[in-house]
Design a protein around this ligand. Sequence first.
Ligand code: FES
Length: 170
Amino acid sequence: MQEEEQGRRDFMGIALGACAAIGGVGALYAAKRTWDMLPSVKAAGFTTIDLANAHPNKLVVEKWRGKPIFVLKKTPDMEVNDRDIVIGSDRFHVSIGLCTHLGCIPAYEGAEHKFKCACHGGQFDASGEVLKSPPPSPLIIPPFTIKGTKLVLGEAGPEYKKMLDAGLIA
Ligand code: FES
């Protein structure tokens, strides 16, 4: 319980710090409007998210070990990427929602299918690949495993290990 409280405080600290950098309360509100919620359970270092009702091109921001986690269900017209997590016939981008430059939280621009970091202008595509520097590397994929329609963060399943072996995970 205490750990969860600490995690929540850490997360809010990151979120508020990032928002201060990009213009305060208005920016937080703008970011929150684009976030979505899905049923999730957190326990002992694991976060389980049920993706059965995820909406295409609508960013879900969850929390895992005090870090924001981006979950984006791709639309059929979005580019296929080896870093996609495939569940049934759907493809998802899942990453730790911290810019790989200096750790700000990028905002998702659904109309452009891009993550934009307001701190220094970095951009990532909908697969988390760098489109515009200064970020030196793609958004980081957290350890995950798939159980039916559920994504479990914190457990390195076979799909994650395959990506790791292929050098797709920073
Ligand atoms: S922290 Fe994102 S571009 Fe610098």
